[in-house]
Design a protein around this ligand. Structure first.
Ligand code: CFM
Length: 464
């Protein structure tokens, strides 16, 4: 029986269903950790809110769109500062966010007037920007503010020169941020896709779905597509524009990277427009090669792809070998949202020689656990919706050399003098593509070998 009750969970035995250790010969149809269900009372969940899933992960990445958050001021700050997705539009999306700053009086008497005023002010403040996304939050959903009606009103007041998308996904919707991905995908599909016609400049066209240009990831993929002569109609949503996302219906192929946050729109585009969905992984040499080759086969351009791969591999593989030597047998944990577990586990093991000893997912669904457990090694531990005490216990059990996780848990493990790498926003990315794999290896090497964590554990006065 591969489920495991950790010692710290003695008083919440329901956590048993959420912790799994892979045993040899396990049949995933018999056991999987429970996931995508409500957090158990008594555990301090790390999960995010659904509004954040829509805003921070997907909508907020668009580079030419004003983001209006209709709610208390904290909803803006807490969905803004941690994610690093640059753009070639002077990073407009990283610099500005608009909040309606709802106060008690607005909650009592309604916030629609305030919202309308904020939206008009925002368009006025950024006259060159004609696109906007408005998000409802817990407070404004509960009082029933009709953000769609306000948006139509603002559009007509501005002579329909602007276009506004409304995201109606308050923080309490669903069991985690995953619901926010879903709502954004489906509503965008239903309301915006098909409303703009793109300029087609190549016989080969794709959408890149579910890559968010974390520290330049998208630029690496764009470089490959450019070399192959493939036009990217839309990035959903890394370095993407609002209007390119309205034109997604014209691509011949949907290349899906983050299947968790954006598989929904890929499925809808397939259903409604017949565009095939192709899932690829873009971290690690083997996956990138495989992904590019799948694209090459689809467009009947295998020769071109082979040439691209051999050029890139020649450039970066020798350097990777050096890191592989240093990273061999180092133990690593991956504690992120969900998909990065299955994107990364084999790459870290097969290509960098590391041992992935524990993985934790905040909001992965059953399919994410199927993927990661089938790719992971025997003896690795998997947690759904992990909490701090569990993390500390896992650290004691597994003694990792480095942990890929977010800044919050990262700060906790730093106190134990264990290095962490930002598995969400990266340390020094991009991490996608061949060059990205090298960056990731370098960051892991630097983290493990830097003396700073050891020194931080010492009383340096002794050395004086
Ligand atoms: Fe997809 Fe993402 Fe992830 Fe994700 Fe996220 Fe993220 Fe993540 Mo942080 S979209 S599911 S909601 S790959 S923000 S860029 S790193 S938890 S594993």
């Amino acid at each position: 029986m591969p489920l495991k009750l950790l010692e710290c969970d003695e008083t919440i035995p329901e956590r048993l269903k959420h912790v799994y250790i892979k045993e040899s010969g396990e049949d995933l149809t018999q056991f999987l950790p429970s996931s995508d269900i409500p957090t158990i009372p008594g555990t301090l969940s790390e999960r995010g809110c659904s509004f954040c899933g829509a805003k921070l992960v997907i909508g907020g990445v668009l580079k030419d769109t004003i983001q209006v958050i209709h709610g208390p001021i904290g909803c803006s700050y807490n969905t803004w500062h941690t994610k690093r997705y640059p753009s070639d539009k002077d990073n407009f999306q990283l610099k500005h966010v608009v909040s309606t700053d709802m106060k008690e009086g607005n909650v009592v008497f309604g916030g629609e007037k305030r919202l309308k005023q904020s939206m008009l002010e925002a368009f006025n403040a950024f006259p060159e920007i004609k696109r906007m996304i408005v998000y409802v939050t817990c407070a404004t959903a509960l009082i029933g503010d009709d953000i769609k009606a306000v948006a139509r009103d603002v559009e007509s007041e501005l002579n329909n020169e602007v276009d506004i998308f409304c995201v109606q996904c308050p923080g309490f919707a669903g069991v985690s941020q995953s619901k926010g991905h879903h709502v954004y995908n489906i509503d965008w599909m239903n309301e915006k896709v098909g409303t703009v016609e793109p300029e087609i400049s190549s016989p080969y066209t794709v959408n890149f779905i579910g890559d968010y240009n974390i520290q330049g990831d998208t630029e690496v993929l764009e470089k490959y597509m450019k070399k192959l002569g493939i036009q990217i109609i839309a990035h959903f949503t890394g370095n993407g524009t609002y209007d390119s996302n309205r034109a997604m219906h014209r691509a011949q192929l949907n290349i899906t990277n983050c299947a968790r946050s954006a598989g929904y729109i890929a499925n809808e585009l397939q259903r409604k427009y017949g565009i095939p969905r192709m899932d690829i992984s873009t971290w690690g040499f083997d996956y990138v090669k495989e992904g590019l080759m799948k694209i090459g086969i689809f467009f009947d351009m295998e020769d071109k792809v082979e040439k691209l791969i051999s050029e890139e591999v020649e450039k970066y593989l020798p350097k990777l070998e050096w890191y592989k030597e240093k990273l061999k047998d180092k133990k690593v944990c991956i504690w992120t949202g969900g998909p990065r577990l299955w994107h990364w586990t084999k790459t870290l093991e097969d290509e960098l020689g590391m041992k992935v000893v524990a993985m934790s997912s905040k909001f992965g669904h059953q399919e994410d656990f199927e993927k990661v457990i089938s790719r992971g090694s025997v003896g690795a531990l998997y947690i759904d919706d992990g909490n701090e005490l569990e993390f500390f216990e896992v650290i004691k059990m597994m003694k990792p050399d480095v942990i890929l996780t977010g800044p919050r848990v990262g700060d906790l493990v730093k106190k134990l003098h264990i290095p962490y790498i930002n598995g969400h926003g990266y340390h020094n990315g991009p991490y996608m593509g061949f060059e990205g794999c090298l960056n990731m290896a370098r960051d892991l090497y630097n983290a493990i070998y830097s003396p700073v964590y050891r020194l931080a554990a010492e009383d340096i006065r002794e050395a004086e």
